[in-house]
Write a protein that binds this ligand. Structure first.
Ligand code: GNR
Ligand code: NI
Length: 172
């Protein structure tokens, strides 16, 4: 297991469209283990492979709260089958936009088809925070960040501050 370095916005690598995984094999399972370890260490509730520099359609999520046992959700090549008309708003954050949060409105319920860790096709219908998190992670696979759902003014303020932060960090 390994903690992988996270890519922080703005970065062209976060804008790449991730490619489909041919087969969920040992390589992909090892990557998902490392992604979970990276996500738990951050800490975060979701992570897409592109955020650790691997532009493939791989997502890990865990919404379990600390004293409870972990409940990892692993999704490969997820595809949206159905989105509800009903919407829900949650305050979102992103490990690639550290310390910035904003309300984002998305469909409240989502049905996804995906490959599980055994390369088997599965279907999952969800609502609540899991539905929001799946959509947030699936956005990453298309090069979209949660700030792309808010006003350009708010987005540019956040991205400019992160750019400045990264510049200062690089200088030391
Ligand atoms: O840790 C995370 N929290 C979060 C909160 C609300 C909606 C989505 C998320 S996902 C985020 C981790 C992350 O950046 N995943 O891509
Ligand atoms: Ni994110």
């Amino acid at each position: 297991m390994a903690i992988l370095p996270l890519i922080i916005a703005p970065d062209p690598r976060l804008k790449v469209i991730s490619t489909f995984v041919k087969k969920v094999d040992g390589r992909v399972r090892t990557l998902m283990e490392d992604m979970l370890e990276t996500m738990y260490a951050a800490p975060g509730i979701g992570l897409s492979a592109v955020q650790v520099g691997v532009p493939e359609r791989i997502i890990v999520i865990d919404l379990a709260k600390d004293p409870d046992p972990p409940e990892p959700v692993l999704l490969v090549n997820p595809e949206i089958i159905k989105l509800s008309d009903e919407l829900a708003t949650y305050e979102e954050g992103c490990l690639s936009l550290p310390e910035y949060y904003a309300d984002v409105t998305r469909p409240a319920e989502v049905t996804v088809r995906y490959l599980d860790q055994d390369n088997e096709i599965q279907t999952m219908q969800t609502d609540g925070m899991l539905a929001t998190c799946i959509q947030h992670e699936m956005d990453h696979l298309e090069g979209i960040l949660f700030v792309d759902h808010i006003s350009a003014l708010k987005r540019n303020i956040i991205l400019r501050k992160l750019k400045k932060f990264k510049r200062e960090e690089a200088v030391g």
